[in-house]
Design a protein around this ligand. Structure first.
Ligand code: DC
Length: 679
């Protein structure tokens, strides 16, 4: 997950490959609650692990439910079987509507039958999302429900400590035209108290019907067969009782699939690939958002698939503008709004009033951010109309703590004008898809020359490595510590008995052998560790003797040449910070930012000394200073890749600076080189 303040996407050119999606949020939170309310144990497979499911799991545990995380996205829940071991609790539900609404209903009913009091709250945005229609329905049932802030909004308190009689005879009337989640909440909760037939009547035209179908289908899995007359009247039969089905497999999230369906429709196929394959969700999905496929096809996507898989290729290009009632796919329809940027003509998405009460006011948010890219957007109470940009602009996309805004706008990185794109607060995708950007990058390609590289060159012990790591962490970029590659060659030579002392290096054939060794260096970088021939050498490469050997072998053109390709391969999405003395001059001469970092020899000797001592390695400053000077002399005067700043490098003498100050300086240079306003 990218926890950086923003994530810059360079222009993306093509896409291809296989993605496996995380589990559906709607299914995950429903089955978690159903498992918790059932008799017996349920093992949930492929459960989504995200902010919204975590708050649900935490709430269930607070309520006394036993939950075991089995690894591999499997969770075992021992249900409460209609009991209520904890009668008084405060539950924090973040911004998860799929936790707030059903838990409110279930706890209101359980508090009335068993006695109990529960408070449910969330983040400030949750307290702006209406729940009044559900509160009204629960009050009709005789449940005590208090709105602790504004009437009709969370936070809420349900129950009053002692049992209260429920009024189950008359049909319960609930509005269906603001959010289908109120009806879902009642459908999930009422089987707990169905001592007689319980009838729900929907007032107004029910929106987002496919979500009700998910609810009904999952109720069936847990032993409750709701009878439905049209979309107006639902009857929960007397004697309904939740029974665990044992194992439940959660489908991949169809709303998350929309970004990759759109990707396949927008991006030319990468060489060697035939579009995008999505695993874990297919054409027979029970999720309503699978009907996004029809809308994407109408815009030109070529989609085929099977029960559990989808394949997408670019079909019509440019895409075709559509005019669509999106009531059945409210969440995925946001992705259509970004596809509209690549269409010929104006796209109209209608009947999307529910966007206004989601994670943010999504109509306003989409309109504002689409305009930043240069699109012409008209916004109505329940409609949005998008005409593609005549001139694309580089934009910094504000994401409103709304995962879907962040995910759908990433697709604007395919803009034909090749403008870079900034996504602010990328970690908001954690609500439903924590690894969204990693997954996207794994199937997207950019022109290597367009993937940004920040080079940090400079003499040994100037603090390049630390600076590079911190800058990379702030930007979400990869790191190349090129010194390690030379150290690895030195170490590998030693282990294979190839001498690297000056006399040996002068012997015929030795430089060539070292070059061959470097060209096929058996190295892997894994989770911050360096493996040579499979052995962890993270510490061994850091020793002074490995450094000295590196300094000697790095003077050989054969070795330098052999490592070129390996170094270029580090330039991957979304970007790279490369540290080493020739990064800006030889390896990445086209890098958009180059920094030459120096510090006085005395300062560097002192820093290296402190570093060694802190690791318990004895060292004398005078020796280190002499070594450094010798190494500087050799590195500066050597014929191949001598130590010198690139002409277009910024000089940074950090003798008197803290690391933090140097990092801020480099980030300021980087911001200034980016085309985003404000930033
Ligand atoms: O930065 P360092 O101490 O890890 O580098 C080890 C040696 O490798 C150093 O003496 C110079 C050499 N080197 C190089 O020649 N070119 C690079 N890009 C990086 C390091």
């Amino acid at each position: 997950m990218y926890a950086t303040p923003f994530l810059d996407l360079p222009p993306l050119r093509s896409a291809g490959g296989i993605v496996t999606l995380p589990g559906s949020k709607s299914i995950s939170n429903r089955v978690l609650l159903l498992a918790a309310l059932s008799d017996g144990e349920t093992t949930l497979h492929d459960l989504l692990d995200s902010d919204d499911t975590r708050v649900m799991l935490a709430a269930l545990e607070t309520l006394g439910c036993s939950v075991s995380r089995l690894g591999d996205q499997r969770v075992k829940v021992r249900g409460l079987g209609g009991g209520l071991p904890v009668r008084d609790a405060q539950l924090f539900l973040g911004n998860a509507g799929t936790a707030m609404r059903p838990l409110t209903a279930a706890l209101a009913l359980l508090a009335s039958t068993h006695g109990g009091t529960f408070e449910l709250s969330g983040i400030p945005r949750m307290h702006e999302r209406p729940i009044g229609d559900l509160v009204d329905a629960l009050r009709q049932l005789g449940c005590p429900v208090a709105c602790l802030g504004k009437e009709g909004y969370p936070p809420l308190r349900v129950g009053m400590g002692v049992p209260a009689p429920l009024l189950l005879e008359a049909p319960i009337r609930v509005r269906g035209d603001v959010s289908s989640q109120f009806l879902t909440a009642l459908l999930l909760a009422l089987p707990l108290v169905a001592t007689r037939d319980v009838v729900i009547e929907v007032v107004g035209e029910l929106i987002s019907k496919p979500y009700i179908e998910i609810t009904l289908s999952l109720l069936q899995r847990f032993g409750v067969a709701v009878q439905r007359e049209g979309w107006q009247r639902f009857t929960i039969p007397a004697g309904s009782r939740y029974r665990s089905p044992g194992d439940v497999h959660v489908e991949g999230d169809a709303s998350s699939a929309s970004y990759f369906i759109a990707l396949g429709a927008i991006a030319p196929a990468s060489a060697g690939h035939d579009g995008i394959t999505i695993q874990g969700v297919g054409l027979s999905s029970i999720q309503g958002d699978i009907r996004f496929v029809e809308a994407a096809r109408a815009m030109g996507a070529d989609v085929s698939g099977s029960a559990n898989q989808l394949r997408i290729r670019r079909g019509a290009w440019p895409l075709k503008a559509i005019d669509l009632d999106c009531n059945h796919i409210p969440d995925a329809a946001m992705t259509l709004a970004v596809m509209a940027l690549y269409a010929e003509g104006t796209t109209t998405l209608r009947n999307i009033a529910s966007w206004r009460v989601k994670e943010t006011d999504r109509i306003a948010a989409m309109a504002c951010e689409l305009r930043k890219l240069g699109a012409a957007v008209e916004e109505g109470e329940d409609v949005i109309r998008i005409t593609p940009p005549q001139t694309w602009r580089p934009a910094s996309i504000h994401t409103y703590d709304d995962h879907r805004v962040a995910m759908c706008f990433s697709l604007a990185a395919f803009n034909p004008a090749q403008r870079p794109l900034r996504i602010e607060d990328p970690k908001c995708v954690a609500k439903t898809f924590p690894d969204y950007f990693e997954t996207l990058f794994s199937v997207c390609e950019a022109q290597p020359g367009e993937i940004p590289v920040i080079c940090i060159d400079g003499p040994t012990a100037s603090g390049k490595g630390t600076l590079a790591m911190e800058v990379a962490a702030a930007l979400g970029y990869h790191v190349l510590d090129s010194g390690v590659l030379y150290r690895l060659v030195g170490l590998a030579a030693e282990r294979r008995g190839i001498p690297t002392d000056p006399n040996a290096l002068a012997q015929p054939g030795v430089a060539e052998r070292l070059g061959s060794l470097a060209a096929a260096l058996p190295v892997r970088f894994e989770a911050g560790r360096v493996l040579l021939d499979g052995e962890d050498v993270t510490d061994a490469v850091r020793t002074e003797s490995a450094g000295m050997a590196a300094s000697r072998v790095s003077a050989l053109p054969q070795v330098r040449q052999a490592l070129l390709d390996l170094q270029h391969r580090f330039r991957t999405l979304p970007g790279l910070v490369a540290d080493g003395r020739d990064m800006g001059t030889v390896i990445f001469p086209d890098a958009p930012l180059k920094v030459f970092l120096t510090a006085s020899a005395e300062q560097r000797a002192l820093r290296r000394h402190n570093q060694l001592i802190s690791k318990g390695i004895p060292a004398r400053i005078e020796d280190l200073l002499a070594d450094l000077r010798a190494r500087d002399e050799r590195d500066t005067s050597r014929r191949d890749a001598p130590l010198k700043p690139a002409e277009d490098a910024y000089r940074l003498d950090n003798s008197e600076q803290s690391i933090e100050q140097s990092v801020q300086q480099v980030l300021a240079w980087w911001q200034a080189a980016r085309p985003f306003e404000g930033g």
